[in-house]
Ligand binder design. Structure first.
Ligand code: ATP
Ligand code: MG
Length: 394
């Protein structure tokens, strides 16, 4: 034995947890605390330190609509098993009656249609995205405040013992699952702190929130309002089974601006991955981005409002341009803002662009946005290049 007095650093994370953290920060804006909690739990799982006989982690996500709660679960699945579809999402409001609960757990043998029902929460479904290295599932119970008593009881069993008994008495093991529950409870209390004089002149707090410059005291107050609302509604029995209650911050303009960048990158990737023979690239001027941001800013609906604005102002017109063949593969489309008419304009700036030039442009769009999908953009070149080879540009 060698006696030592070597100082250790427990704040360091392992490489795998670090990768998860980097991936999540690239995809999720302004919710660092939520990301940290997931990374911590994942690190515990990797080190074999999480409690046996319980799910890997039980998270309760609170906070306003469009603040990234669902997106964070998708992004975690994307990062860990390479597919956002690995997330099993249960909309609690849809499972009110016993025949609806049967969709989740199947019906007992002997019931009409027993053989035809494939329970949504079977072991096969849970394990379907397992890889050699990672055996994890991601189960999201959305809007849990709307769960019926029967669903609530199922949920308590999963949270506590990591097991669920199906209609035919088979057991499903959730000890390799991350359980996420979301609720908008407390969102209105949080909103009234941020928008105290609704309908009247903009308060100072609201102005700071818009600008993304909320002070720490107000952020804490908003978080506490969320947690208190949850404590009032949910039983202590339930709250005690949660490992982490995370309150998502309402997003301000600074965050929405970053999300706009992310979404433009995601749209470009979607165009590259679409079934068109050759993809095209687009560039969006600063004034066009400002317009999208103005149209897409609504403090109440967070990024949902922004996404609707992007769909309406950018995606729909672009789809028309593609459908009418005004835009074709290999084109460079410039999106600008017409101040006089107050709308976006689309112009073809080049055509027959070689694949490498398109890739460079797409990456530049991606990299000019803070935290944007570089991972996706960079991962795509081979497919683009392959398509381009099949239909060489003139
Ligand atoms: N913090 C964020 N970072 C990056 N993108 C975000 C963020 N918040 C929202 N978005 C974008 O907005 C979309 C809607 O957000 P999301 O579905 O995560 O909302 P939510 O918080 O689950 O809201 P709800 O309570 O209505 O379900 C996401 O798919 C994503 O594109
Ligand atoms: Mg959601």
């Amino acid at each position: 034995m060698v006696r030592l007095n070597k100082k250790l650093d427990p704040t360091q994370t392992g490489q795998d947890a670090e990768k998860l953290s980097v991936d999540l920060h690239k995809r999720i804006v302004g919710q660092d605390q939520a990301i940290d909690q997931i990374v911590n739990v994942y690190q515990m799982y990797l080190a074999g330190m999480n409690s046996p006989g319980r799910p890997v982690g039980n998270f309760l996500f609170l906070g306003p609509t469009g603040s990234g709660k669902t997106r964070l679960v998708e992004a975690t699945a994307e990062s860990l098993v390479g597919d956002a579809r690995a997330m099993i999402k249960i909309d609690c409001a849809e499972f009110q009656h016993s025949h609806e609960i049967a969709k989740l757990i199947g019906s007992p043998p002997g019931y009409l249609g027993h053989r035809e029902t494939h329970p949504l929460l079977s072991q096969e479904v849970l394990n379907q995205y397992d890889t050699e290295k990672i055996k994890l599932s991601f189960v999201l119970f959305d809007e849990i405040e709307k769960a019926s008593d029967a669903l609530w009881n199922l949920l308590l069993g999963i949270l506590d013992k990591a097991t669920l008994t199906l209609g035919d008495n088979r057991r499903v093991d959730f000890s390799h699952a991350l359980i996420f529950m979301t609720s908008n409870l407390g969102a209105s209390e949080m909103g009234s702190i941020l928008r105290p004089n609704l309908g009247f002149a903009t308060s100072e707090i609201e102005a700071r929130h818009r600008a993304g410059q909320l002070d720490e005291a107000t952020t804490d107050k908003v978080s506490r309002a969320g947690v208190e609302a949850a404590r009032r509604k949910f039983t202590p029995e339930f709250m005690n089974r949660i490992d982490k209650v995370v309150v998502f911050k309402p997003l301000g303009q600074t965050e929405l601006k970053k999300i706009l960048g992310l979404e433009l990158g995601i749209l470009q990737t979607r165009i590259f991955n679409s079934s068109m023979t050759t993809p095209f690239v687009f560039s969006v001027t600063e004034s066009a981005k400002d317009y999208l941001l103005r149209e897409g800013t609504d403090m109440k609906y967070g990024a949902r409002h922004l996404k609707r604005a992007i769909d309406r102002e950018l995606v729909h017109p672009m789809s028309n341009l593609i459908a009418t063949q005004q835009v074709r593969g290999g084109d460079l489309v410039k999106v600008d803002f017409d101040e006089e008419d107050n709308h976006l304009t689309f112009a073809k700036e080049a055509e027959d662009m070689p694949a490498y030039a398109m890739m460079q442009m797409a990456e530049a769009t991606a990299n000019s946005q803070p935290g944007i999908m570089t991972a996706n953009a960079v991962a795509e070149p081979p497919r683009v290049a392959a398509r381009q080879r099949r239909t060489p540009a003139a």
